[in-house]
Design a protein around this ligand. Sequence first.
Ligand SMILES: Nc1ncnc2c1ncn2[C@@H]1O[C@H](COP(=O)(O)OP(=O)(O)OP(=O)(O)O)[C@@H](O)[C@H]1O
Length: 367
Amino acid sequence: MRGHSLDLKGIGHAFGATVALDEIELAVAAGELIALLGPSGCGKTTMLQIIAGFLRPSKGEVRFDGARVEHIPANRRRIGMVFQNYALFPHLTVFENVAYGLRARKRPNAEVAAKVEQMLGLAQMAQFARRLPGELSGGQQQRVALARALAIDPGLVLLDEPFSALDKNLRLDMQIEIKSLLKTFGVTSIIVTHDQEEALSMADRIVVLNKGRIEQIDSPDALYDRPASLFISNFIGHTNLLRGTVTETDRVLLEAGPEIDLGRSAQRRRGTPVTISVRPENIAFGAADQPGAIPVTIRATVPLGAVSVTEGLTASGEAVKISQARAATTTKARTGETAWLAITDTSRVSIFSTPADGVHDHQQRSV
Ligand SMILES: Nc1ncnc2c1ncn2[C@@H]1O[C@H](COP(=O)(O)OP(=O)(O)OP(=O)(O)O)[C@@H](O)[C@H]1O
C-alpha cells in the first residue's frame, strides 16, 4: 500500500501563553522521508503529536491524501510510531510485539503469522522471534520497533529521535538500514531529530524549525550550500562566521583584515554591516601577499579521521576553522604561529545582514 501524502495548512499551537507552533505550512509527498530538525523547544514534538493525532492543533488543518483528519483519533489514522526508547512490551516476545497492532485489529491468526514473519525477515530479526525485548541489543530492539510499526501497513511512519539511545558507531548503520527499509516500503515517513547529521543522512527533505516557525524546507544539499538564514548556515554543518562591511557592490571589508572580492553582488548598500559564512572546507592556507588572505594566529590542529581541522584566531577575535584532507602534503601549522587563510571558492560564501543583536546569538548550537 502506498504512503499518504500529508499537508499541514496554517497550523498553530499554543500551550497557554507559550506559542509552540506558528503558521506552519508543509506539503509532504507520498513516499517522502522528511526530517524535522531544530534546537530544543522549537516545536518538533508538538508538530509530531499533531500529525499523529495525540494533540489537536489550536489552528489550521491536517490533511492525509487531501482529506482533513483533525477529528480522527490517533488509533484510527493508519500511523506507525517508532520512539527513542523503543517502547516494546517487555513481557511479550519479539513475535508478539510485532503482531500486536494486527491482533488489536482482529486479523485472523494465519494472516498475523504471515505478516509478522515477513516483517521480521525484512528487519533481519527472524531468528529472534521467540526472544523477549530484554534479551536484545539496542539496535535489535529498534529493528523490532520498526517491524511493529510497519506491520499494520501504515500510511505514515513517525519516528521520534529513534537513534538517540544507540551508541554512535551503531547509529550510522541503523540510519542506513532503516532508511532503506522505509524506502523499500514506499511509506511516507517523518523523523524528528535534533541531530543535524542524522537529518542530513536520512531525509529527502529537511524542515528546519526555529522558535515554532519553519525557517527553511529544502534538500540536505541545498540547506548546506544555500542556507536561507544565518541561523541555518550555522545550524547545518560547521561554518565560519566573519563580520564585515560592504564597500563596493561586490566587495566586503572584513573586520579580520582584508577586503574580499565576492565575485558577485552583495545585494546590499555600501556601508551595510554583513556577516559572511564560509565552510571550513572552502578555506585553505595561503600566502601573506595573496589578495584577500586573512591573517590568523594558529590555536590548534585536530586530526579527525579523513580530515584535519585547524583553528586560527583573527585579529578581530573571530575563530576560523579550516578543514584539509589528511595527506602527506597537508600543511602543518603550529600553535602560536601566524598563518594566512584564503577563501578558495567565493561562489560558496553566503552573505547575511548582521543582525541587530549581533551574530553571537546565532553561533549557539543547541545540540
Ligand atoms: N504540555 C505542554 N505544556 C506547556 N508547554 C509545553 C508543553 N509541551 C511543550 N511545551 C512548550 O512548547 C514549546 C515546544 O515544545 P516541543 O516539545 O514541541 O519542542 P521540541 O522541539 O520537541 O523540543 P525537544 O527537542 O527538547 O524535545 C516549548 O517551549 C515547550 O516548553
